[in-house]
Structures are given as C-alpha cells and as structure tokens.
Design a protein around this ligand. Sequence first.
Ligand SMILES: *Cc1c(COP(=O)(O)O)cnc(C)c1O
Length: 387
Amino acid sequence: MKSGRHFLQIPGPTNTPDRVYRAMHRAVMDHRGPDFGTFGKGVLEDIKKIFQTENHVFIFPASGTGAWEAALVNVLAPGDSVLMYETGQFATLWKKMADKLGFEPIFMQGDWRQGANAEAIGEQLRADKGHAIKAVCVVHNDTSTGITSDIPAVRKAMDAAGHPALLMVDTISSLGSIDFRTDEWGVDVVVAGSQKGLLLPPGLSFNAVSAKAMAVSNDGGAKRSYWDWQDMVGPNESGFFPYTPATTLLYGLREAIDMLLEEGLENVFARHARHGEATRRAVRAWGLEILCQDPALYSNALTAVVMPDDKGADALRKTILDGFDMSLGTGLNKVADRVFRIGHLGDFNDLMLMGTLCGVEMGLQRAGVAHQKGGAQAAMDFLAETP
Ligand SMILES: *Cc1c(COP(=O)(O)O)cnc(C)c1O
C-alpha cells in the first residue's frame, strides 16, 4: 500500500475531479420515468455546447472505439471507399476497424511525426472523379504521437476539390481540452469519448452528426443495430434512450459539462495550451526531443518524448512508477519503447504539472538516462511568469 495520491499522467483515462465522483454517488433512477426524461433532455442539449454544434449528439454506453464503429456503419455500405490518414496508432486502429467491417479504406501513409496533410487529401479527392470515396476520416489529436491535425485545412481541401465525401473526425483525446468547432469547421461526424478531456471515467462515447450525415444514414449505411442513429432519434427527443443508458455516468457527464462551462471553454483551452508549453520547455531543457516535428501542431493534451537511442522508454516508465507512483503513457506500435507520453489534459493544474515533471526528471536521473537538469525549473519559470 502506497501513501499519498497516485499520479495518473497517461493521456487518458485522465484524473476524474472529485465533483464528478460526488455527482455520480447517488441512487440509480428509473430510466423510463419522468425525472429521467427531464434530466436526459438537459444533458443531450448541453453536451452540444462542448462540441460547439447545433447538430444532434448521440451518446452510447461504450468506449470510444464504439463511437468509431457507429460513425463508420451508419454512413458506409460494405465495399464503400473511405479515405483515412495515418497520423499514428489511433488512425491505424480506426483503419483496421474499417477493414474488418468490409469497407475499403485508402490509407494515406504518414510518418507519425506530422499531422494529416490536407493538400495530399485534396489531391486524392480530385483524382476520385467518380466520387467513390464516401468519407474522409482524420484523428484530430492522435494520442499516440501528441500531434494535432489542422481540421479546417482538411475541410478547405475537401471543398476546394468539390468532393461530396463526409468529413469524420476522432476527437476522443481533444474534445474538452483543445479547441474543436464542429459546426464552424464543417465536420459531419465527430467521434468522442468520456475519459479524456471530458473528465469522466471510461464508458461513454459520442457521435455529433450533421444533417448531411443523418440523411446518408437514413438512406443507407451498413447493417447495424446497437449503433443505429435512427433508433436513438425518437427516444432522445424526450430525453430517453432506446435501451438502458449508463445512468451513473450520465450524472457525471452533467457535472462535467457544468464544470467545463463554468470555467469557460476558452479558458479550458488556454489552460491546456499553457501546460503544453510548460511541458515542452521542460523537455527541451532536458535536451530530449519532442516526437511532433511541426510546432504549429503540438498537442496541448499530451507530449510524446523521444528517448535517447541507448535507453528504452518502458524501463524509464517502470522506474518512475515503482519509485514515484506515477503512470506515464507507453509508446505504441511504431514508437513502442522509443517514446513515453506525458498526459497534461483534463482536471489539471500548475502544481499537478510540476509534480508530474519533477517525477519525470527524478526518473531520468534514477534510470541513468542522459539528460540535462533543469527541465522542471524551466517549466516552473514559465508558469510563474505567465499567469
Ligand atoms: C483513447 C483513444 C481512442 C480509443 O478509445 P477507447 O475509449 O480506448 O476505445 C481512439 N482514438 C483516440 C484519438 C484516442 O485517444
């Protein structure tokens, strides 16, 4: 048994605030009763503010992966072509899912150090004269790399190509931490999950769906049942769901929405930007490399740090977990053991960040990883001077 609080600094699940835990600590209510309808309607209405949308937001009791599947099966028919961009591991998993479901993904290759290339997407679409491509899928913040893609640029490229494909964006690790504007950016289907920027435990996932995507789903899509948007629309009108919703998590969601709106979304995004910058200053001061090579695309939700060649990231993470009771994100797939990831999203403040960075710096020293001291100091200087 360890004393003190564990530091959960993986880029999701993130730290759930005590206010959200308290909101969930109550008896489950009748999900067909009148009180639930009023409650459900409020949640379904207010969640739209977090997505910055007027579109319908569907809530599934599922991990984020479920909302990926819902997005694909509602608008694609077997054999349909879908353009997907390899930004990292999460884009790769979404593509594998599309394969399994019998769609035909065109996977545009990336090197895991840059964001989605909007120009290249535009070129692919212009070459698709017969409009075989039905959707373009991009991960807004690929959590495996700490790289954010420029979604307005992708939208612009699609419009410039005059291509009718739907734009579908995974915001599982950005919604509620990095600015994401569903309507202004013209995103047809947004995929999100509860356990990262949304401050909740895992277990809820979301699709925000444009009228255009709803129409596509009305007329076609793949065979589906649990994920069918159409079955949700009727019950949602009065705040209900077609099956038992995750009532306890919805109490938490109500509270999380209130917390984000009380702070103000702009302030939430600014807080994440500031913590992202402080973290990057620490990494540079250590003399280590940030995986993201384009400073315009640095993720403000997490930072992936490249290890010196002679040391593995997993050994460092073990040293830090054993010695200082802090969990850091592991390197996934192509960057396994080469990077570790520092999560700085969700319910987080300056001193939590300093605890995190001190833990990393002590870990580097204890594990014998070549670095310069002073990363935590550099972050402290920035935080102290930039209120
Ligand atoms: C975490 C994550 C997922 C997977 O979500 P689960 O809740 O684990 O199913 C997908 N995409 C991104 C960008 C993620 O960060």
